[in-house]
Design a binder for this molecule. Structure first.
Ligand code: ZN
Length: 255
């Protein structure tokens, strides 16, 4: 039996042995949303990317004698107002998402695991704001050391390719490549190949008050260039994403 990287696959005595044990434990909390991602990709894209990033980072750290990174079960429900005109958008209210994140992290802290990294790949501004608020609240007083892997920060965004950096990025080349690398059976590659590139500056559209995919001109619930996606690019992006997460985990463990 090899040690699992997934928290919920441990038995309770294994968790008890980690509490107060010699290794610094850092928990990784993947967050996504159930949201339409083009006609070629599954609703679960963002959770798949968050989980894939967490799993790779945990595996990369598995040989570290002083550190143990464990992946919590994901929070796969998020805020999806922009996609609500499409079939399959199953969202929750911001207070629901915020309360769930706070409750899960508070329970982990109470159990002796104050170091937690939230790994989110759904960038609807209300989702990001809710997660940031939750992190700020958790870190305000008490022993929590909760971090948010902020991929939209310029220094990080610039490492993730032009499409991501330019914000014309929803079920396009970037996200589709990542899913092709992790769960290829979930991409309809014939449909993908036939999708024309569609440039939509999402941050600008949102700033102008167009907060619905249809109003943004995304008639098929995607933008960017899904037909250019490849599994090779997905693997490369996962290397970068998991490297960012490993760096953040090491920072948190040193604190
Ligand atoms: Zn997405």
């Amino acid at each position: 039996m090899t040690a699992s990287i997934n928290f919920a696959e441990l038995s309770w005595p294994e968790v008890r042995d980690l509490q107060g044990g010699p290794q610094v434990v850092v928990l990784l909390l993947p967050v996504g949303v159930v949201e339409p991602h083009g006609p070629h990709a599954p609703l679960d894209v963002d959770s798949i990317i968050s989980l894939g990033t967490c799993a790779r980072a945990a595996r990369a750290l598995a040989q570290d004698p002083n550190l143990r990174a464990l992946v919590l079960p994901p929070i796969s429900y998020g805020i999806t107002d922009y996609a609500s005109s499409f079939s399959g958008a199953i969202g929750v209210r911001d207070e629901t998402l915020g309360a769930l994140v706070v409750d899960v992290c508070s329970a982990a802290m109470k159990a002796g695991f104050p170091r937690i990294v939230i790994v989110n790949n759904h960038f609807e501004p209300e989702q990001v704001a809710t997660l940031r608020r939750a992190v700020a609240g958790l870190n305000n007083g008490g022993s929590a050391k909760v971090a948010y892997l902020d991929l939209t920060r310029r220094a990080n965004a610039e490492r993730l390719g032009n499409e991501f950096r330019d914000g014309s990025c929803h079920a396009g080349r970037y996200e589709t490549s990542l899913v092709l690398a992790e769960r290829p059976e979930l991409i309809d590659t014939a449909k993908m190949a036939g999708l024309p590139p569609l440039h939509v500056n999402m941050p600008e559209a949102i700033a102008e008050g167009r907060t619905d995919f249809l109003a943004m001109g995304m008639a098929d619930a995607y933008c960017g260039s899904p037909s250019e996606a490849t599994p090779e690019e997905g693997h490369e992006r996962f290397v970068t994403l998991s490297q960012m997460l490993v760096d953040l985990v090491r920072d948190l463990a040193r604190d």
